[in-house]
Design a protein around this ligand. Structure first.
Ligand code: DP6
Length: 363
């Protein structure tokens, strides 16, 4: 191909959960959310996109297998936005610029973690897709030259595009601690991701990923959250009364590196998310017995630690599946892995390099 670009984006794990859309086409959420992006070298998607005037159609490969591109689907909506940016910012201004926006593209994306690990790949996938096409179209501002190009799109602008692919993807455009501001405009132009703090701000915070079950989940996030919006009264309370305070408090905790508050809010928000799933009709269960044992282990660890030291040791959080993510400070990583392995001796530790552990547990 004449033009080609490759970029990657890591997985992010939410501490304040996104669950519910007010607009299902533009993917506008019912509440703001906040996540931690894992470090670049661990769980990530890498995407190469190519543009060539001879391409007959736009094509997509995921982990080496070609996928159908649904007309009017999420990929097409992202691509349409990026083509519009290319045309308005570059081709309309510089008539010598190649008309890449009129060409078909080929996109190939790989995850460096097994799909079988049961970890959400849509967040890193759509973030990598967006940044790769932005680079292909010369819209990225991370050029080696110091001065930003006038055509450059900021990560927050690109987050608006990634959001059209999958809500949680908008947060993977940034590293470190990231807020997705729900916004209020019907157009969605204020529903974007912003960085709260870079990873270097709190480098001792680690995420341990416990793969409880690597089977594909029962109810997808997309359909599950819509059912919650339609049927759960508890969700309305969460949106209005709970999340706004938690967003302010967790941002403050992150800025102050206050682990106790960070952990308290993270666990409470995971538990409320699973409560609104249960409050959905018919109810949705994402956690299983192993997930609940992990909760008990961490709660007991924190109870004892609070008595002895006055501080919490760990926070757990679960997305739309049974796998646990445990946040802890570096000094406690070893102790927690040993503790979990004591309860689940058949689990294997460490297929990924430190600090992100993967426990391949069998049930
Ligand atoms: C539980 O971003 O996968 O992980 O926008 O429909 O693609 P769509 O949903 P998705 O939902 C993620 C839900 C969650 C919580 C979170 O990541 O905030």
């Amino acid at each position: 191909a004449i033009y080609q670009a490759t970029t990657s984006a890591p997985v992010n794990i939410a501490c304040i959960k996104y669950w519910g859309k007010r607009d299902t086409t533009l993917i506008l959420p019912t509440n703001s959310s906040l996540s931690v992006t894992l470090s670049q070298d661990h769980l990530r998607s890498t995407t190469t996109s190519q543009a060539d005037p001879s391409f007959k159609e736009t094509r997509l490969w995921l982990n080496g297998k070609e996928e159908d591109i649904k007309s009017g689907g999420r990929l097409e909506r992202c691509l349409k936005e990026l083509k519009k940016m290319r045309k308005e910012r570059i081709e309309d201004k510089d008539h010598n610029a190649p008309k890449l926006s009129e060409w078909n593209i080929h996109v190939a994306s790989y995850n460096n973690f097994p799909t079988a690990a049961g970890l959400a790949s849509s967040a890193s996938g759509f973030a990598a897709l967006t940044s790769s096409i932005a680079a292909l179209y010369d819209l990225n501002n991370f050029s080696p030259s110091s001065s930003a190009k006038p055509s450059a799109a900021s990560p927050s602008e690109l987050s608006l595009v990634a959001r059209l692919g999958s809500g949680s993807a908008c947060r993977s455009l940034f590293g470190g601690f990231v807020a997705w501001e729900a916004g209020s405009l019907p157009s969605g132009t204020d529903s974007l991701a912003v960085q709260v703090a870079p990873q270097e701000h709190w480098p001792t915070l680690h995420a341990l990923i416990c793969v409880v079950n690597d089977a594909k989940k029962g109810t997808s996030s997309t359909s599950g959250m819509q059912r919650t919006v339609e049927t759960s009264a508890l969700l309305q309370h969460r949106i209005k009364e709970v999340v706004p305070q938690r967003m302010d408090a967790i941002i403050k905790a992150i800025k102050e590196k206050d682990f106790d508050t960070f952990a308290k809010i993270t666990t409470a928000d995971s538990n409320q998310f699973h409560a609104v799933a249960l409050d959905t009709a018919p109810p949705i269960f994402y956690m299983n017995d192993v997930s609940r044992s992990i909760i008990s282990i961490i709660e007991e660890l924190n109870r004892v630690s609070l008595l002895n030291t006055g501080h919490l040791v760990a926070a757990y959080t679960f997305d739309a599946g049974p796998n646990a993510v445990i946040y802890t400070e570096e000094k406690n990583v070893k102790q927690i892995i040993e503790l979990v392995l004591r309860y689940f001796p058949q689990a294997e530790s460490n297929p990924f390099p430190d600090p992100f552990q993967l426990f391949g547990g069998k049930q």
